[in-house]
Write a protein that binds this ligand. Structure first.
Ligand code: S3P
Length: 442
């Protein structure tokens, strides 16, 4: 939870979404720009950086590790890279707030340093599973202590050196893959990681842009350490995970047409578009001219009737952060939507299966949560009160549900929306969502 402010969204139904919008920068790419720019040689200039709490937590931690980072204007960073060996012991624990990506990627980066460090976070982050990174890092020779439950604080002790390993990840996780790749930069020999399904490859792409080729073959990703990274310019696209709320909102609210500009269209992230299109959504993709960074494009979404589907299991990692919004789409679709193979949703910023199931049924939707997914029968949202449990994506998803409810929808526990989407309320209101924010000291 951020401080002691309680924030509630109050949505009046009946709105429609229209306009040209640009959502903030991609969270995953923003983290990686700071982490990799910091250990490159030379100055890395970043544009489109997400000034949300999660990415700012990575930035603040990196400054504590002795890396000079300027913020010359909104969304711009100037990172004075210190090189692979230039990080310094931090003055105290690194507080990564709500950000699982920061904690897992820093675990990999700091595992091979010659100084000790400690990683902590907020209540939600301190409950999330960390053995998925500390176990394989231990196989590489790292020394990282967790609690008995395998949670933070992570206490990282200096070790003589790391060695490359071959590691088959039991869960498809870009955070684990990235942590091991970062550790692999410091390791002797080759670090090979196998992913059971394709996950976002921003780390691989950025490493290649910084002069460290990463080979990818048959599900194996390989990096050879130690390496030197060379600074570059990084353009951060608009975050498809934030665009997803408008893709769903405009799909379900009659008379809506929204154009989303400059959205990142990395193939490992566009599962949400594919799933919505399979449900009947009207989404047109206009790719931007190919530039230096990751692919981007303009998305035009118009209201369309949706139908329930069985979500193909191979699309799950490609849409892993968009399921709260997709559940809202499913609740408005004709027939049943079935999701399986998504147990990871239970260990995100909240248990997203349980919290979404509770909220959907509070709004009159028939749901059947399962250990690894959910079955949702489309219907009509009633008005009512739901709780986002401090999960940013759940708060924004239920805000979109309010567009088509039969009465006002109140959403408690919305303070964390700024972790990924600063300015959400203003942008959504400008597009036509009738949203009020009530803040209370708790
Ligand atoms: C992320 C990877 C995903 C995603 C998270 C961001 C990343 O987590 O849910 O929001 O930036 O690498 P997992 O890799 O644990 O699935």
């Amino acid at each position: 939870m951020s401080g002691s402010i309680e924030r509630r969204f109050c949505i009046q139904p009946g709105g429609q979404l229209t306009g040209h919008l640009r959502v903030p920068g991609d969270k995953s790419i923003s983290h990686r720009a700071v982490l990799l720019g910091a250990i490159a040689q030379g100055v890395t200039e970043v544009e489109g950086f997400l000034e949300g709490d999660d990415a700012l937590a990575t930035l603040a931690a990196m400054r504590q590790l002795g890396v000079p980072i300027e913020r010359p204007s909104e969304g711009a960073l100037r990172i004075d890279g210190v090189g692979l060996k230039g990080l310094q012991a931090p003055p105290g624990p690194l507080d990564l707030g709500n950000s699982g990506t920061s904690m897992r990627l820093f675990a990999g980066l700091l595992a091979g340093q010659s100084f000790a460090s400690e990683l902590i976070g907020d209540g939600s982050l301190m409950r999330r599973p960390m053995r998925r990174v500390t176990d394989p890092l231990g196989l590489m020779g790292a020394s990282i202590a967790t609690t008995n439950e395998g949670t933070a604080p992570l206490r990282i002790s200096p070790v003589k050196g790391l060695k490359g390993i071959d590691y088959e990840m039991p869960v498809a996780s870009a955070q684990v893959k990235s942590a091991l790749l970062l550790a692999g930069l410091y390791a002797e020999g080759i670090t090979r990681i196998h992913e059971p399904a394709i996950t976002r490859d921003h780390t691989e792409q950025m490493l290649s842009a910084l002069g460290c080729p990463v080979s990818q073959q048959g599900g194996w990703i390989e990096v050879k350490g130690p390496v030197t990274l060379t600074s570059t310019r990084i353009q951060v696209p608009a975050d498809i995970s934030s665009a997803a709320f408008f893709l769903v909102g405009a799909s379900i609210a009659p008379n809506s047409t929204v154009v989303l500009e400059g959205v990142g269209l990395n193939p490992s992230r566009i599962g949400v578009i594919e799933i919505l299109q399979r449900m009947g959504a009207d989404i047109v993709i206009d790719p931007d001219p190919v530039g230096e960074g990751e692919p981007t494009g303009q998305l035009t979404v118009r209201h369309a009737p949706l139908r329930g589907i069985e979500i193909p299991v191979e699309l799950v990692p490609l849409a892993i952060d968009e399921f709260p919004a997709l559940f809202v789409a499913a609740a408005c679709a004709e027939g049943e939507t079935v999701l399986r193979g998504a147990e990871e949703l239970r260990v995100k910023e909240s248990d997203r299966i349980a919290v979404m199931a509770n909220g959907l049924s509070a709004l009159g939707i028939d749901v059947e949560p399962q250990a690894d997914g959910i079955r949702i029968t489309g219907g009509r949202f009633s008005g009512g009160r739901v709780h986002a449990r401090g999960d940013h994506r759940i708060a924004m998803s239920f805000a979109m549900a309010g567009l088509v409810a039969s009465g006002p929808v109140d959403i408690d526990g919305c303070a964390e929306v700024d972790t990924s989407f600063p300015g959400f309320v203003e942008l959504a209101r400008g597009a036509g969502l009738e949203i009020e924010v009530i803040e209370e000291q708790s």
